[in-house]
Design a protein around this ligand. Structure first.
Ligand SMILES: NC(=O)c1ccc[n+]([C@@H]2O[C@H](COP(=O)([O-])OP(=O)(O)OC[C@H]3O[C@@H](n4cnc5c(N)ncnc54)[C@H](OP(=O)(O)O)[C@@H]3O)[C@@H](O)[C@H]2O)c1
Length: 306
């Protein structure tokens, strides 16, 4: 990467980061560098300069920032403890940061007083960035549609999705829309000091989300309400779900059930010029994840015997 023109994408193998990478490449926005702890399994496009590193490893982060002007920062930790070192390293090597924060952050509330644990850590990182002297933009997205991939195994295995708090209303966001806003802020002017509160275009309960998955797949699906303890046991039994997050998630849902419904924003359209995608759009884009794998025809493997 030559000159100070590149973008470093952290969390580049995640839901949002992978989209940020591909949209930066599509926008031909200069060199794209990606940070991952394991380049061998990262499956990033060939044109990406992939660097190995943990965000908490200052030396690796410093090396990855060489020649970089702008950073997409995704916070993978459950606390803000590494923030002082991470933000200090960014401050010394880059000029601009776009931070993937969270819609759980409440304005005007100190980090330690934020009501939601995710809000506490993200608000603390926001505050560090704000005080760093970096040019910053922060994204505060609502619930990711990608969370519903947690149901993929149940959908592939039957017609029922089990969980708790089926009536919780959510304004699910497509990761491509979060990335589209991020890419505008990473590559354009006029985004410094902006806080973008992002939501999808509609409010849907979990029960309604399951029905939409069924409609897109072309078979009826239904929700079965579980008591909280049973729902927690199900999450803990899921190898893809982080155990330490089970209570945080269920507490969050319990709170959302009694809180006022989410307020929709049109920020995605205001920033990108295109309305936010619906949940139906998202399911269509991810339908393969919910379908049983088709048996691969023998001919696909040909005579090479792979
Ligand atoms: N899910 C939601 O509803 C929601 C809503 C609002 C905000 N958020 C926020 O969005 C973020 C999650 O984004 P996402 O869904 O795109 O991520 P994700 O799919 O969960 O992916 C996690 C990413 O973090 C990277 N990572 C994990 N530990 C790391 C470490 N120690 N050092 C460097 N990289 C590390 C992984 O990279 P490698 O494995 O390749 O290293 C991977 O790219 C979180 O901060 C979350 O609080 C989520």
């Amino acid at each position: 990467m030559s000159g100070r023109c590149g973008v470093l994408v952290t969390g580049a193998t995640g839901n949002v980061g992978r989209q940020v990478v591909s949209q930066l490449l599509a926008a031909r926005a200069g060199g794209v560098r990606a940070l991952t702890r394991d380049p061998d399994t990262a499956r990033l496009p060939r044109d990406v300069d992939v660097r190995r590193g943990d965000l908490a490893d200052s030396d690796a982060l410093t090396a990855a920032l060489d020649g970089v002007d702008t950073v997409f920062l995704m916070w993978p930790f459950h606390s803000a403890e590494p923030a002082a070192a991470v933000v200090d390293t960014l401050r010394r090597h880059a000029r601009r940061v776009v931070f993937l924060s969270s819609g759980a952050v409440r304005d005007g509330v100190a980090p330690q007083r934020q009501p939601h644990p995710v809000g506490r850590s993200h608000a603390a990182v926001e505050q560090r960035i704000e005080r760093s002297g970096l040019r910053w933009t922060r994204l505060r997205p609502s619930t990711f549609a990608a969370n519903t991939l947690w149901w993929a195994g149940q959908v592939r295995g039957g017609d029922v999705v089990e969980g708790a708090y089926g009536g919780v209303p959510m304004a699910l966001l497509h990761e491509a829309d979060i990335a589209a806003v991020a890419v505008r802020a990473l590559t354009g002017d006029g985004h410094a000091g902006q806080t973008y509160v992002l939501t999808g275009p509609e409010i849907l309960t979990q029960v309604e989300q399951v029905h939409i998955i069924g409609e897109v797949l072309g078979r009826p699906l239904r929700w079965r309400e579980l008591p909280r303890q049973a729902a927690k046991a199900r999450l803990l039994a899921d190898d893809d779900f982080p155990d330490s997050f089970a209570d945080t998630l269920l507490d969050g849902y319990a709170g959302m059930l009694t809180a006022p419904p989410p307020v929709l924003t049109s920020t995605v359209e205001a920033v990108t010029g295109t309305p936010a995608r619906t949940y139906r759009d998202w399911v269509a884009d991810h339908a393969a994840d919910f379908r049983c794998a088709e048996p691969v025809p023998a001919a696909r493997y040909g005579s090479r015997g792979r």
